[in-house]
Design a protein around this ligand. Structure first.
Ligand SMILES: Cc1cc2nc3c(=O)[nH]c(=O)nc-3n(C[C@H](O)[C@H](O)[C@H](O)COP(=O)(O)OP(=O)(O)OC[C@H]3O[C@@H](n4cnc5c(N)ncnc54)[C@H](O)[C@@H]3O)c2cc1C
Length: 272
C-alpha cells in the first residue's frame, strides 16, 4: 500500500522542527523512516505533516563525558554498532534488523517508537539513561524509567522531539537475544549493566515496556543462577504467535545467564 497524502517539511534546525510540529494539527517526525513509513503504508497513522529531521546539523555526535555517553538523536544504528565508547549499546545496535535498516534507523527514532521488542529501549533502561527532549516550552530531560509508558507509547508530547540521548557507561555489561530468524525482531532480549555494586538487568519482549530488575551485584557460587532465576520469576509475559508465555520465561532465564556471564563473576568451582 502507498502512504496517505501528507505535507513535507524539511527542518533546518531543532527550533524549526519544533515550530513545524506545533503548527500542524497532526504532525510526525520523520527520522530513519524504518518504523514510520511501514506504519504510514499500512495506514495505521495519517499525519497531515511530516517533519523531516535528517538534515538538522549536529545531531549525530557521540562523545563520553564523566562516564556518560552523549549521543545525538540522529546517530544511526550502524554508527552505534561501530563505536567502541559504549560496548553494550554497540552490541545491541548490531543485533537490530538487517544492514539496510541499521544504516537508516536512528537512536532517537527507536526510543520514540518504543517497540517493546526493540533493543535500544532495553539498553537505555539498563544504563539508567535519559533522553533530552526539545519542545515549545524549552528543553527537558526524561529518564528511561519515565519515558516508556506502554507498548509504542512514551511520555513525549506530539510537538516534542528527542534531540539527544544519555547512556551511563557500565563497568561490566552483557547482551543476549533470541530471534526466530536472522534480522527479525527479538522474541526476548536481555541487557545487563553493572555500575559499581549496582546491577540493572532489563528484558525486552516480555511486557509493554522493557522490564527492569535492579539489585546489588551478587557474587559467589550460584549467583548467576540466582539472578537469572529471579528475573525469570519476575517477568509476566503473555503468549502470542511468536512464542508462549512459558517459552518467553524460559528464554528470559537462559538469555539472562548468557548476558550475565561476564557481569557476575563466580569463584571457580573446586574440582570434584
Ligand atoms: C524489516 C525491519 C526490521 C526491523 N528490525 C528491528 C529490530 O530487530 N530491532 C529494532 O529495535 N528495530 C527494528 N526495526 C525498526 C528500526 O530499528 C527503526 O529504525 C526504529 O524503530 C525507528 O527509528 P527510525 O529512525 O527509523 O524512526 P522513524 O521510523 O522515522 O520514526 C519512528 C517513530 O518515532 C518518531 N520519531 C523519530 N525520531 C524522533 C525524534 N528524534 N524525536 C521524537 N520522535 C521521533 C516518529 O515520528 C515515528 O513516530 C526494524 C524495521 C524494519 C522495517
Amino acid at each position: 500500500m502507498k502512504c496517505p497524502p501528507f505535507e513535507y517539511h524539511r527542518a533546518t534546525s531543532v527550533d524549526d522542527a519544533v515550530a513545524a510540529l506545533a503548527a500542524a494539527e497532526d504532525s510526525k517526525i520523520l527520522a530513519g523512516g524504518q518504523s514510520l513509513v511501514p506504519v504510514l503504508a499500512l495506514r495505521l497513522a495519517r499525519p497531515t505533516v511530516l517533519v523531516d529531521v535528517n538534515r538538522i546539523p549536529g545531531l549525530d555526535g557521540l562523545d563520553v563525558r564523566d562516564g556518560v555517553l552523549h549521543a545525538g538523536a540522529l546517530v544511526r544504528h550502524a554508527a552505534l554498532a561501530r563505536q567502541a565508547l559504549h560496548p553494550l549499546a554497540a552490541a545491541a545496535a548490531a543485533s537490530i534488523g538487517h544492514a539496510a535498516i541499521r544504516s537508516r534507523g536512528t537512536l532517537g527514532g527507536s526510543l520514540a517508537h518504543a517497540d517493546p521488542a526493540a533493543e535500544l529501549p532495553a539498553v537505555l533502561r539498563a544504563c539508567d539513561g535519559a533522553v533530552v527532549v526539545a519542545g515549545p516550552d524549552g528543553t527537558r530531560r526524561v529518564g528511561a524509567d519515565a519515558l516508556f509508558v506502554g507498548a509504542l507509547q512514551t511520555d513525549l508530547a506530539e510537538p516534542e522531539m528527542i534531540t539527544g540521548v544519555e547512556l551511563g557507561v557500565p563497568d561490566a555489561w552483557g547482551f543476549a537475544e533470541f530471534a526466530r530468524r536472522h534480522g527479525d525482531f527479538a522474541v526476548v532480549s536481555v541487557a545487563a549493566a553493572r555500575f559499581g555494586d549496582r546491577l540493572r538487568v532489563v528484558v525486552g519482549g516480555v511486557a509493554g515496556v522493557p522490564h527492569l530488575l535492579e539489585t546489588s551485584a551478587p557474587s559467589g557460587t550460584g549467583a548467576l543462577d540466582e539472578v537469572a532465576g529471579a528475573l525469570a520469576d519476575d517477568v509476566d509475559p503473555s503468549s502470542d504467535l511468536h512464542g508462549s508465555a512459558g517459552h518467553r520465561r524460559a528464554l528470559t532465564r537462559e538469555l539472562a545467564r548468557r548476558a550475565l556471564a561476564d557481569v557476575i563473576t563466580e569463584p571457580a568451582r573446586e574440582p570434584t
